[in-house]
Design a protein around this ligand. Structure first.
Ligand SMILES: Nc1ncnc2c1ncn2[C@@H]1O[C@H](COP(=O)(O)OP(=O)(O)O)[C@@H](O)[C@H]1O
Ligand SMILES: [Mg+2]
Ligand SMILES: [Zn+2]
Length: 554
């Protein structure tokens, strides 16, 4: 190859590892394979799984060389014999590569594999079949392959590679020795890029490498190709600024500004950030993704589960609870989803951020208060000298929870499992995020023995009807029993039935039992019964005003 041409060879090809020792970030894979080769334990079928760009195809070729090298089988192929050289150039007659993404059919499998499998290797020790993107094969192709993989001739080795192992039939996968390739962390990625930059004499700011490494999301191929693009674009030094400019990454201080504004519920600050974001030409989707990634990092740290994150982020989100961040993450996810299916990214971005800001509250604090309330009620009305709440009698509490007084009352209130509306929204969002969004526009309440959800929009109601099974499952798991579900269209302007009253509060002494199925009615603050006993207690804990919601006379 001429010097000129070598200089323009793409990095991914130029820096493709040629031996197990050159593989980055896959120690267990390279170790196990090298050991097996040393001890000459050759399996007849391998399955390489893992995300794209982390070395599956590369390793398959190294393994093929290791098996067929003139000096082999050896963990250290010589790279000089004709077998090694031909395999490296993908021109060996005995190492056949098939890309299942473009050869999905049974005829392809027949032509490339079945018909040649019985023939002895042309020159080398083994006939090696590398099937890339194996999961793309059709069912009949898998079936044709299965027979061969079950009883291959002794000189045949299969190496299957896939990013989606769950799509490979178990019958096939169970015949293979499995190797799991892992996404590579940002630090080893950055280090690797630094090595290449040095060899290529590209001058790069270390922070710019960090940025590229993070953007590659675990893929060595992406990392290398990003660096490659910097090189081809670049005059002079590759800086954080130039990388941001080139790939549309959002400046960190701007991201932190958005996150801080959300947590502080500062609409003005958020608007300011958005203005700057538009001025910088940042893509709304990119902004949401970067924001999500950064907040997720802090969220995991707060849960005690994550790697340390950048200090400025830790500091910016210092005061936020894990619950609060979890809430934000869900909102960002939803905004991204809406952005994907909508026709105005900018609108989706603004709606997503501003509605998150409006709704953002510290759920952790909220839950703590609720627990305090429950404790005080359980202790007999709490230490504030208030009269014990009547909710404590086993009969009264479920009546308040489910408005059913027909004597089906279980012994303990907890056993009934009150259904908290936010908990239902959360549970449903986990399964189907669009349904969760629909619920946020709706109102949920106990109704008789069951649960009623009132949707202000027919569109949402239709979706809920189609996904009724999801709702029922969520209700069942929250209530600990099957709950009849009622989906209705109606206005949701009325204040939603408070979960607080629903869950913990007794029916006021003046409450009149109505026949089952009649609706609760909001009779407002200052009604008889307000400001007394348990309700007052609740007001103390929540720092608000309770509204009495009761059943009218029939
Ligand atoms: N583990 C690795 N170590 C070093 N380079 C790698 C590794 N994985 C991927 N690469 C780089 O990315 C390119 C593509 O890798 P490839 O093996 O085709 O990934 P996959 O098959 O997993 O999608 C390689 O040519 C190499 O430059
Ligand atoms: Mg591949
Ligand atoms: Zn060799």
């Amino acid at each position: 190859m001429s010097k000129e041409k070598a200089a323009h060879q793409v990095f991914a090809r130029k820096y493709r590892p040629q031996g197990f020792d050159e593989l980055i970030g896959q120690p267990s894979v390279s170790q196990t394979l090298a050991n097996a080769l040393t001890t000459k334990r050759v399996h007849h079928a391998y399955l390489f799984t893992g995300p794209r760009g982390c070395g599956k195809t590369t390793t398959a070729r190294i393994l093929a060389k290791a098996l067929n090298c003139e000096k082999g089988p050896t963990p250290t192929p010589c790279d000089e014999c004709s077998s090694c050289r031909e395999i490296a150039l993908s021109s060996s007659l005995d190492v056949l590569e098939m890309d299942a993404a473009s050869h999905t059919g049974v005829d392809d499998v027949r032509e490339v594999i079945i018909e040649t499998v019985a023939l002895a290797p042309t020159r080398d020790r083994y006939k090696v079949f590398i099937i890339d993107e194996t999961h793309m094969l059709s069912n009949s192709a898998f079936n044709a392959l299965l027979k061969t993989i079950e009883e291959p001739p002794p000189h045949v080795v299969f190496i299957l590679a896939t990013t989606e192992v769950h799509k490979v039939p178990a019958t096939i996968a169970s015949r293979c020795q499995r190797f799991k390739f892992r996404p590579v962390g940002p630090e080893p990625l950055a280090e690797y890029l630094a090595g290449i930059a040095k060899k290529e004499k590209i001058s790069v700011e270390p922070e710019a490498l960090d940025l590229l490494a993070r953007a590659a999301e675990g893929s060595l191929r992406d990392a290398i190709s990003l660096l490659d693009q910097c090189r081809s674009a670049g005059e002079g030094k590759v800086t954080v600024e130039s990388v941001r400019e080139m790939f549309g990454f959002v400046p960190q201080d701007l991201l932190i500004g958005v996150a801080s504004a959300l947590l502080a519920r500062d609409a003005k600050a958020l608007a300011g950030c958005l203005k700057q974001i538009y001025a910088e030409g940042v893509e709304p989707a990119q902004l949401l993704k970067d924001l999500r990634a950064a907040i997720e990092g802090v969220y995991l740290v707060k849960l005690g589960a994550g790697e340390p994150v950048d200090a400025p982020w830790m500091k910016a989100l210092e005061g936020a609870s894990a619950d609060g961040l979890g809430f934000l993450l869900r909102r960002l996810n939803r905004a991204l989803e809406e952005l994907r299916y909508g026709d105005s990214p900018r609108l989706a971005l603004e709606l997503g951020l501003f509605s998150a800001l409006e709704a953002a509250h510290d759920l952790g604090a909220w839950v703590a208060r609720l627990e305090a309330l429950e404790k005080r009620l359980a202790a007999g009305g709490g230490g504030s000298g208030l009269s014990p709440a009547p909710a404590l009698t086993p009969r009264a509490a479920p009546a308040a929870i489910l408005e059913d007084s027909r004597g089906t009352t279980p012994a303990a209130p907890a056993a009934m499992g009150a259904i908290a509306w936010p908990a239902l929204i959360e549970a449903v969002s986990k399964t189907k995020i669009t349904l969760g969004s629909a619920l946020e526009r709706a109102k949920g309440e106990a109704a008789g023995d069951g649960y009623r959800i009132t949707f202000p929009k027919a569109f949402d109601l239709d979706m809920a009807k189609r996904s009724a099974s999801i709702l029922e499952a969520a209700l069942r798991s929250l209530a600990g029993r099957p709950v009849a579900l009622e989906l209705v269209l109606g206005s949701s302007d009325a204040p939603p039935v408070s979960d607080i009253v629903d869950r913990g509060m007794p029916e006021p002494a003046t409450g009149v039992d109505a026949p089952p199925g009649t609706r609760w009615k909001d009779i407002g603050e200052g009604a008889p019964g307000a400001g007394t006993g348990g309700l007052k207690n609740a007001e103390g804990v929540f720092g608000g005003k309770a509204r009495i919601i009761k059943k009218p006379q029939p």
